[in-house]
Design a protein around this ligand. Structure first.
Ligand code: NAD
Length: 248
């Protein structure tokens, strides 16, 4: 698969470029990054999609929301599918993505890890099977992470709420909080050191506990997931897909 890597010079762009080297069936034909130094790469890197001349099968994007317009414009004009891994899109961005998806295959996910997306499905299954269990979500990340709880913790929360709509999140607990209510779902954020990302969902019942857990040991899991998504997308008709479609 011939790939255009958007956000090539960022942490995830560099990780994805090195991940692609482990897959002889894939090649990065061009990168796009507004601020990266093109001399650092072994493929051409442009500061805008308008300058890309190479033919490609798919775009993989790990950049910033400001890059979205250029990506969608190129994808629609050239009929090239795009895997949108960037987070933080607003409602206007999502509208633009939906419009573009009527003419080209697009995939968007706040977490590209195959493991995390499997965890989301397992949480739904467990919430169905373990009716009435007290559910608590615990996420752990490195000390540079700015937001809490993580986007992935929110995905897990939404998965549980799909099965039990009455669940109401309680973010951390402090002081005289009183007896736990059955509709509570606790969400807790741990921050420290270099933890790439850990997520645990506990289903606590009388005298037994089921814990579902995912641990990301390297950013490469997101790149591997993006490659898997791209392989799925190039064989799919126009539309907006998520990682759950890839894993079906
Ligand atoms: N979906 C997932 O699984 C997943 C996983 C990790 C990171 N992310 C997301 O991917 C994005 C990138 O993460 P990162 O850690 O690599 O960030 P980063 O800040 O290291 O890299 C962003 C890159 O985008 C480039 N850039 C800035 N403006 C641009 C523009 N207008 N056009 C093109 N490129 C531009 C920057 O120069 C930089 O090289 C973030 O939104 C992050 O949340 C998603």
């Amino acid at each position: 698969m011939r790939i255009i890597l958007s956000g090539a010079g960022g942490a995830m762009g560099l990780t994805t470029a090195s991940t692609v080297k482990n897959h002889p069936e894939h090649v990065i034909v061009a990168g796009v990054d507004k601020f990266a130094d093109p001399s650092r790469f072994d493929f051409p890197v442009y500061d805008s999609f308008d300058k890309v001349t190479e033919d490609a099968d798919c775009i993989i994007d790990f950049s910033v929301k400001a890059a979205l317009k250029g990506i969608l414009g190129y994808a629609v004009k050239k009929g090239v599918p795009a895997v949108l891994c960037t987070t933080g899109y607003d409602s206007d961005d999502l509208k633009a993505v939906n419009e573009a998806a009527s003419s080209v295959p697009l995939l968007m996910s706040g977490n590209m890890s195959v493991g995390v997306n499997t965890l989301v499905s397992l949480v739904k299954e467990a919430a169905k099977a373990l009716t009435g269990a007290d559910i608590e979500i615990i996420e752990q990340h490195h000390h540079n992470k700015a937001d809490a709880p993580s986007g992935t913790a929110k995905m897990l929360l939404n998965a549980a709420k799909q099965v039990r709509p009455e669940l109401t999140p309680v973010y951390g607990r402090e002081g005289m909080v009183g007896k736990r209510k059955p509709e509570e779902i606790g969400v807790h954020a741990v921050r420290g050191g270099t933890i790439v990302g850990k997520h645990e969902v506990m289903f606590v019942m009388n005298n037994e506990i089921v814990t579902l857990k995912h641990e990301a040991e390297s950013k490469a899991v997101f790149s591997e997931g993006a490659l898997r998504a791209a392989s799925f997308l190039i064989n799919s008709p126009a539309g907006l897909y998520s990682m759950s479609d890839v894993l079906k």
